[in-house]
Design a protein around this ligand. Structure first.
Ligand code: HEC
Length: 189
């Protein structure tokens, strides 16, 4: 029973170990990471993953203009709520969508339309890719654009991501204050 539960957990976290039913160092640790450390964009985030929270950057001139929705695997939420830590293989996806607005029966409304980009972080507790420019501080870091979702356009996390995430360093580089699904349950303990 226990083995089965772990396999299910591993498979749904996107780990190849569970998917193939055997463990071996030659296998990649995540279905979204190949053996060289290249990161792939998960497709199933809205239909099968947990929506952790949303941010809205309303200033059209800001670099982050748009609606930001953040998703992770259900199993990662369960582990975080217990331990306050993201388990190995956790994937955080931030989808940024266009803002459109119009007069609806509710009032002047703004809503999220077509996706523009996806930011992805993948938890690596073992430092598997020490010299890879997309990996550092316990995470893999990637950026995908709607025009070509198959290609990670971030060459180097130190240049493309790090400085903006320094304010969140104390919470494992993640802006957890925006994710009530994680934070209140853990801090209630
Ligand atoms: C301009 C600053 C900035 C840059 C550059 C940036 N981030 Fe972020 N990131 C943020 C902020 C601030 C948040 C949370 C608030 C928001 O989205 O407005 C965030 C949230 C995220 C999230 C959701 C989880 C979390 O940490 O809260 C992911 C995933 C993410 N960023 C990945 C990346 C990756 C990967 C890169 C580099 C390719 C990157 N970010 C570059 C500022 C930035």
């Amino acid at each position: 029973m226990r083995t089965q539960a772990i396999m299910v957990l591993a498979a749904s976290l996107g780990m190849a170990v569970g998917a193939y039913g055997q463990q071996g160092s030659e296998l990649p640790f995540s279905a979204y990471v190949d053996q060289q450390g290249s990161i792939r964009l998960p497709k199933e985030i809205r239909s099968h993953w947990v929506h952790l929270g949303s941010w809205a950057v309303m200033d059209k001139n800001a670099s982050g203009y748009g609606f930001h929705d953040v998703y992770t695997q259900p199993e990662a939420v369960a582990v975080y709520q217990e331990s306050g830590q993201f388990p190995d293989g956790t994937v955080l996806v931030k989808e940024i969508r266009e803002i459109v607005e119009g007069e609806l029966t509710t009032g002047q409304a703004r809503w999220a339309a077509a996706p523009k980009v996806w930011f992805v972080m993948i938890k690596d507790k073992k430092g598997r890719f020490p010299n890879h420019p997309n990996w550092g501080e316990g995470w893999g870091w990637a950026l995908f654009e709607a025009k070509d979702p198959a290609t990670n356009v971030s060459q180097n996390w130190q240049q493309d991501c790090r400085s903006c995430h320094v304010p969140a360093q104390e919470s494992d580089w993640v802006y957890i204050e925006g994710y009530p699904t994680l934070k209140p349950l853990h801090s209630q303990k």
